[in-house]
Design a protein around this ligand. Structure first.
Ligand SMILES: [Zn+2]
Length: 138
């Protein structure tokens, strides 16, 4: 485990102080020092930033305390992923504005129907060419 260095803590405290003007750099440094045994420099940097980002956290001392800011939340977890789902029966796993099942059903409905077994419809010019070859071989 690589603990945060003094230079890193000072840089992090300076950054946080610019983003939380109501927090003083010495208080942030004290909290970082108190928390330095809790994890790596990365762990501490993430926890400190999460704590600083939360407006309900009044003082930097919270950085050193246990709490949600230490739980390793991924960036962006604050806003849950949500999209409206396709209302068609059986399409519930698709986005309403990009439903793969609806596209598939539309393509299926407009696809050419194969009237002969064993393949795709034969273009008329190919059919005519085969018929001419058959006539010649007779
Ligand atoms: Zn759909």
């Amino acid at each position: 485990m690589t603990a945060i260095t003094r230079d890193q803590a000072q840089a992090l405290a300076a950054l946080i102080a610019t983003m939380r003007p109501d927090w003083q750099t010495p208080g942030i440094l004290k909290a970082l020092s108190d928390a330095r045994a809790r994890g790596t420099g990365w762990d501490l940097a993430h926890a400190a930033l999460y704590a600083a980002q939360d407006p309900s956290v009044r003082t930097p001392a919270v950085i050193a305390l246990p709490g949600d800011h230490w739980r390793g939340r991924a960036i962006g977890d604050g806003t849950p992923l949500h999209f409206d789902r396709c209302p068609e029966p059986g399409h519930g796993s698709y986005r309403v504005d990009n439903c793969g099942a609806c596209r598939s059903e539309t393509l299926e409905a407009t696809a050419p129907r194969v009237t002969e077994p064993g393949g795709v419809p034969m273009p008329d010019d190919v059919r005519a060419h085969i018929d001419r070859l058959k006539e010649r071989s007779r």
